[in-house]
Design a protein. Structure first.
Length: 415
């Protein structure tokens, strides 16, 4: 009778975690069996030396401790439910256990939270990658400056360096005021991808609408990458395209004229080419085959190369120039080699950065493949040109080898 009253006093629906119930059930059965053995054995005289009342009291104490454990587990179960749901339940479950609906709701909220965290992390990784690669492309300008200065006559060194500085500063302002809007501005077609007029963009002049405000008047952070990030990375490409011309017209163009050219090239010529190609202009619809230029072999280097050829044709050769005159040979070969290595280094930002992101294993593997191909192309170009020049002249032509390296880099940039 004592055992029955004691066991019936325990709630049959205890709010326990699923893994705890079998263990406590086993304990109850063990104690019940032991209690029965003591009770029935004592009545038959089998355990004469054992005090019946003392054993029963001990068992009651242990069962009371188990009930306290059950109550504590129920309290913890309710607290876990409220924490997962984010609010107290309207009507506590009699068993204290989580229902399927509450678990699904909690899992959905956790999934939304982690999705937001992943989106933020992905945007941060892509932003870091493009800023780093854009800075590497910008570092190519010292390479251009050293290469061009080393190839020029000593008396024109300062003029060449000044034009390289002029190119970056003027081209940056032109890209900010006009270039980016013409290159990547809308409006777009209903698919949000192709330019409506197919020719040139018309939004985003001078950074217009780059920043947005939320309901509180603070700056709204875009999901993923921002327009400012795109502006910076593409500015590095634009200024590189403009500076290609500086080497072709070095030592025979006046600084004001070059400044005007740099503004037109960065603000109008290069952006129109970008709008036709990378911004899905009319070229993308020709013969329904689209346009593919991974890192700008055509968009950047061909555009700059045509500008350089045009400028050199208009200006003509330097006065009294002759290929065999030592006075017109590169005056500082170490600067030529230094400039080549700097350009080679910056080219990894140029090509690898054209993955436009580094947020998962796929983009990481792609960037690594691009880096490998870039290295092989530069090495192959340098060795081939060196071998041809050596077979022809029977001497080591270091500047020619540098040009071969740059040629290999330009060729692999297409993809």
């Amino acid at each position: 009778g004592i055992l029955k009253k004691t066991l019936l006093g325990i709630p049959c629906c205890c709010p326990l975690a699923v893994n705890t119930r079998p263990m406590l059930g086993t304990l109850f059965l063990s104690f019940a069996a032991l209690l029965a053995q003591v009770s029935f054995g004592a009545s038959e005289g089998d355990v004469a030396t054992v005090s019946h009342s003392a054993e029963v009291a001990q068992l009651r104490l242990e069962i009371a401790q188990l009930r306290q454990l059950l109550d504590a587990t129920a309290t913890a179960s309710h607290a876990l439910e409220r924490r997962l749901l984010g609010e107290p339940p309207k009507s506590p479950m009699p068993s204290g256990a989580l229902t399927k609906l509450s678990v699904d709701t909690a899992m959905q909220r956790m999934n939304e939270h982690w999705q937001k965290q992943y989106t933020d992390l992905k945007g941060a990784m892509d932003s870091l990658w493009l800023i780093l690669c854009g800075a590497m492309v910008m570092f190519m300008h010292p390479g251009f400056a050293m290469l061009e200065t080393g190839c020029s006559r000593a008396k024109n060194a300062q003029s060449v360096l000044f034009k390289n500085l002029l190119n970056v500063t003027v081209a940056s302002l032109a890209w900010y005021i006009f270039g980016f809007a013409f290159a990547y501005g809308g409006p777009f077609e209903d698919d949000g991808k192709h330019l409506k007029n197919g020719f040139i963009g018309a939004k985003g002049f001078a950074g217009h609408a780059f920043l947005k405000e939320d309901d509180t008047g603070n700056m709204a952070i875009d999901k993923g990458t921002s327009t400012m990030l795109t502006w910076f990375f593409q500015w590095a490409f634009c200024s590189a395209a403009a500076t290609i011309v500086s080497g072709a017209v070095a030592q025979r163009v006046k600084s004001p004229a070059y400044a005007i050219y740099a503004f037109i090239m960065a603000g109008f010529i290069y952006p129109v080419v970008v709008a036709w190609t990378w911004n899905n202009g009319w070229i993308m619809k020709v013969a329904d085959v689209g346009y593919m230029d991974f890192a700008g072999s055509g968009v950047v280097h061909l555009t700059g190369g045509i500008g350089a050829l045009t400028g050199a044709f208009i200006l003509g050769p330097r006065i009294n120039w002759h290929p065999d005159d030592p006075a017109f040979h590169p005056h500082n070969v170490p600067l030529v080699v230094l400039g080549t290595f700097i350009l080679w280094f910056g080219w990894y930002g140029f090509n690898c950065g054209s993955t436009l992101g580094l947020h998962d294993a796929g983009t990481g593997a792609l960037a690594a493949q691009v880096a490998m191909n870039t290295t092989v192309a530069a090495s192959t170009g340098g060795i081939v040109v060196f071998a041809i020049r050596y077979a022809k002249l029977r001497k080591y032509d270091v500047p020619a080898m540098c040009n071969g390296i740059l040629g290999g880099l330009v060729s692999i940039t297409a993809g």
